[in-house]
Design a binder for this molecule. Structure first.
Ligand SMILES: Cc1ncc(COP(=O)(O)O)c(C=O)c1O
Length: 390
């Protein structure tokens, strides 16, 4: 896989959680897909079966990874639209409460806040960051469930929680949260941001139990930017109305009078870029060739353990997690001899000048390096040496 990614040839790359590299065969699949569309003729009778085939191919692959039937999988543009389109179509009542994890992405939080403002809902916060930093991996699920228990009220109507937290790198016990919500009198909806989990860890134990499980193809799946998906629950498909509507939402695309698709396609909109589907399907096949999601997580875990352990022996480095991370996100801070935190933006810049790419985050202010199956031990050691030199 590494050899296939031109982006990795000249860099020491740790920003998979921002965007994954695109393997050459995926790029070639997109070019070939575009060429086929032009050769068959865009908007001809000949081209529709090809478009149908490529769309179905990526939909089936994503649905299989999520452990849901294809009918429950809508293709989207990115994580954010996968979260927002179904969320805004749910039946809300004034006074309903949205309970949002304190590690959620600003874009998703903003969409929830605006929904609350327009519909007269309230927003409450589920604190999990502190738990990630203080609990062991074994204790974390119970600690998260206890925090949830404390924050649930009779008005709770939605819980928003990422599967793999983008800042701390901890995994949330999504299946257990879903089970707890089913026992709540109002059966709150569960929205899971899967930006960091899809392609990085097995997701089929969580996704089938969630109402909205939204992800993108351009991060850990190493697909092109502009194509993602969302796995939706049966009850959501029964109760949510489409929000952004176009011909693809319709059961009969040429008749506005026809009803919306009964399945997840009711959240698809209109014309989109079919070659992206060919590219993402190819990336998913390449990842599958490298091992099952569980096998790949073993490789990722070995790399992030190596980095986490190296950081323990680096004076001035403090990891957010007390134990080696459960997946590929390793977050940490750097401090000078007097214990003062180093400016994270300056560290990112200094490493970038050496061709080493990590990122910083705002909340908490920290540095984050991501390990994928393409990361080598030599790269990890190079990062550690550069941090030591800093
Ligand atoms: C946790 C999380 N959620 C959402 C997003 C937004 O992703 P997208 O641009 O695919 O909507 C990101 C992107 O970094 C993310 O890390």
């Amino acid at each position: 896989m590494r050899e296939l990614c031109p982006a990795l040839a000249t860099k020491t790359y740790f920003n998979y959680g921002g965007q994954g590299p695109l393997p050459d065969p995926s790029l070639e699949a997109m070019v070939s897909s575009w060429r086929t569309i032009q050769q068959l003729g865009p908007f001809t009778t000949e081209v529709w079966p090809f478009i149908e085939q490529e769309t179905a191919r990526v939909r089936q692959a994503l649905a299989a990874l999520c452990g849901v039937p294809s009918q429950r999988l809508a293709l989207t543009e990115n994580v954010s639209t996968g979260c927002v389109l179904p969320l805004w179509g749910l039946p809300w009542e004034p006074g309903d409460e949205l309970l949002i994890g304190d590690c959620e992405h600003p874009g998703v939080v903003a969409a929830c806040q605006e929904l609350a403002r327009r519909q007269g809902l309230t927003v409450a916060v589920l604190p999990v960051l502190e738990l990630c930093c203080t609990s062991s991996q074994t204790d974390l699920p119970a600690a998260v469930l206890a925090a949830l228990e404390q924050r649930l009220t009779p008005r709770t109507r939605l819980v928003v929680l990422s599967h793999l937290l983008w800042n701390s790198g901890a995994i949330m016990p999504i299946a257990a949260v879903a089970q707890r919500l089913r026992a709540h009198s109002r059966q709150p909806w569960l929205l899971v941001d899967a930006a960091q989990s899809m392609g990085a860890i097995p997701v089929d134990e969580a996704a089938p139990h969630v109402d909205i499980y939204a992800f993108t193809g351009h991060k850990w799946c190493c697909g092109p930017e502009g194509l993602g998906g969302v796995a939706l629950s049966e009850r959501l498909l029964e109760q949510a109305q489409p929000t952004l509507i176009g011909w693809r939402s319709l059961r009969h695309e040429s008749s506005a009078a026809s009803s919306f698709h009964r399945d997840a396609r009711r959240f698809e909109v209109a014309t989109s870029c079919v070659p992206l589907a060919s590219g993402l399907a190819t990336s998913l096949e390449l990842l599958a060739d490298a091992g099952s999601p569980a096998e790949r997580l073993l490789a990722i875990g070995a790399g992030s353990r190596r980095l986490w352990q190296g950081l323990q022996s680096l004076s001035g480095a403090r990891t957010l997690l007390r134990e080696p991370p459960p997946a590929g996100l390793v977050s940490f801070t750097l401090h000078d001899g007097a214990g003062r935190p180093r400016r994270t933006a300056a560290v990112v810049e200094a490493l970038g000048r050496q061709g080493i790419w990590i990122r910083r985050l705002d909340q908490p202010d920290c540095l984050r390096a991501c390990i994928h199956i393409t990361t080598t031990d030599a790269e990890i050691d190079r990062l550690l040496a550069a941090l030591a030199a800093l």
